[in-house]
Design a protein around this ligand. Structure first.
Ligand code: FAD
Length: 416
């Protein structure tokens, strides 16, 4: 193997480059990234960068001297537009073609848009550094009427940051509770009680019918069975806003692979070693879907930081192993993520599904500090901590040991 191409110059891609060098690979690496920036970290974009506490130079993923040592051929500011796995070539949007012996795809995800969403300077999405800086310029003015569409983690983090900057914030959610996909309805509602404490209303069951520019403002027209998650206030049918943030989720960035012959199904379908079905083509991060041996081969695609970081390394390790005639290792993991809203850290480890049994085993919703365990079919599957970092992290061991739900509930009583 003389030339590895890594497509996607962010967390998983950069970790893959580092992983190849750590495995002793000394050949060429070309790192292709659609964004013009050197690789940076995304979590602060909705937190400390958005609030203005940090400037962009704080969020580089790799220090300049480390980056130098990786000896990468950099192609930043140009997207990959196509892949031929027969010719082992990636075609870029500027028409250039790059051949490879090994390929790691780490193109992450891109924001979804609402149907009919207008292109308007006061309507924002949040995925990139440029998105964050543009939104921050508006939020730092304070006293803005900010409407956030989507009560997922990004929407709620933006709500917390916007509120801290002195804006009036309303969050609209289409489902009947916030954070349903991440935590289930009951815990989603419990965790987001902190927003009511800070004067942010989360209205659920809302259908956004349109966003209309009227003078300098935007009118968000809404319908549906509108409920305020905290106080059951009727939402009205139009919300006059100065700023609208659309946070309705992301999709894996696989459009450029449509004609590649790779299997795409809400992500790149990989085996348990992150191989994408073609020898020496691997995928990592938000874009990869793989059967996780830790959860009996359940297929997952995870849109969180720790997963992208780990998978970048594993994909590199497996590519290097196969190229050297060795065996790739399965990637078995207990997924983990965190979120920060106001002064609270929310952490989840494991898996959550809507029909899980959920039990609070420490603290309480009223205290705004608790540990909740999730179980399904008698098995312990996940744990949620609100301002409960130490016991939450100790749950990882219980998950790896594959305890039953009742065993985990008992064990949680003895956690430090
Ligand atoms: C605002 C924000 C806050 C977050 N906060 C948290 C948090 O608190 N906790 C947590 O666990 N996770 C958080 N995440 C999620 C976490 O950042 C992602 O899971 C992680 O960035 C995924 O890394 P990745 O490398 O797989 O993909 P990405 O970070 O999406 O990077 C993919 C890169 O590939 C590039 N690309 C895409 N298509 C092409 C192409 N065709 N050619 C070339 N380049 C391409 C993109 O421009 C991008 O730079 C947050 C994400 C965002 C956006």
């Amino acid at each position: 193997m003389n030339h590895v191409v890594v497509v996607g110059a962010s967390l998983a891609g950069v970790r893959a480059c580092g992983g190849l060098r750590a495995e002793g690979y000394a050949g060429a690496i070309t790192l292709i990234g659609a964004e013009p920036h050197v690789p940076y970290d995304r979590p602060p974009l909705s937190k400390k960068v958005l609030s203005g506490e940090w400037e962009p130079d704080r969020i580089s993923l790799v220090r300049a001297e480390e980056f130098e040592m990786l000896q990468l051929q950099q192609r930043f500011g140009v997207a990959a537009a196509g892949l031929s796995t027969t010719d082992c070539e990636v075609t870029l949007a500027d028409g250039s073609v790059i051949g490879y012996d090994g390929l790691i795809i780490a193109t992450g995800s891109t924001t979804r848009r609402l149907a009919g969403q207008p292109d308007h300077p006061s309507v924002f999405e949040l995925r990139t550094l440029d998105d964050s800086l543009a939104l921050r310029a508006r939020l730092k003015e304070g006293s803005q009427r900010v409407t956030i569409i989507g009560a997922g983690f990004i929407g709620l983090e933006v709500a917390a940051t916007a509120r801290k900057l002195g804006n009036d914030v309303i969050v609209l959610e289409g489902l009947h509770a916030p954070l349903i996909r991440g935590l289930g309805a009951a815990m989603g509602t419990a965790v987001t009680a902190i927003h009511a404490d800070h004067g942010v209303s989360i209205r659920c069951g809302v259908r956004v019918l349109g966003i209309d520019p009227v003078g300098d403002a935007l009118v968000v027209r809404i319908g549906g069975d509108v409920r305020d998650a905290s106080s059951d206030v009727d939402g009205g049918d139009a919300i006059v806003s100065d700023v609208v943030v659309v946070g309705v989720g992301v999709s894996p960035a696989t459009g450029w692979l449509d004609d590649s012959g790779l299997t795409l199904r809400d992500g790149i379908v990989c085996d348990d070693t992150l191989n994408a079905g073609v020898p020496q083509v691997y995928a990592a991060g938000d874009v990869a879907r793989w059967p996780n041996p830790q959860f009996d081969g359940e297929e997952m695609r995870v849109e969180h930081w720790t997963n992208a970081s780990e998978q970048g390394l594993i994909a590199a390790k497996n590519l290097a192993a196969v190229a050297g005639g060795g065996s790739p290792q399965p990637y078995a993991t207990v997924p983990f993520f965190w979120s920060e809203q106001y002064d609270k850290r929310i952490q989840f480890i494991g898996r959550a599904a809507g029909d899980d049994e959920v039990r609070i085993v420490r603290g309480s919703v009223e205290d705004r500090s608790f540990l909740a365990l999730y179980g399904k079919n008698g098995r312990f599957r996940g744990a949620l901590g609100l301002a409960m970092p130490k016991p939450l992290m100790q749950c990882r061991k219980l998950l790896i040991e594959r305890l039953s739900f009742e065993e985990a509930v008992q064990a949680a009583a003895g956690l430090a």
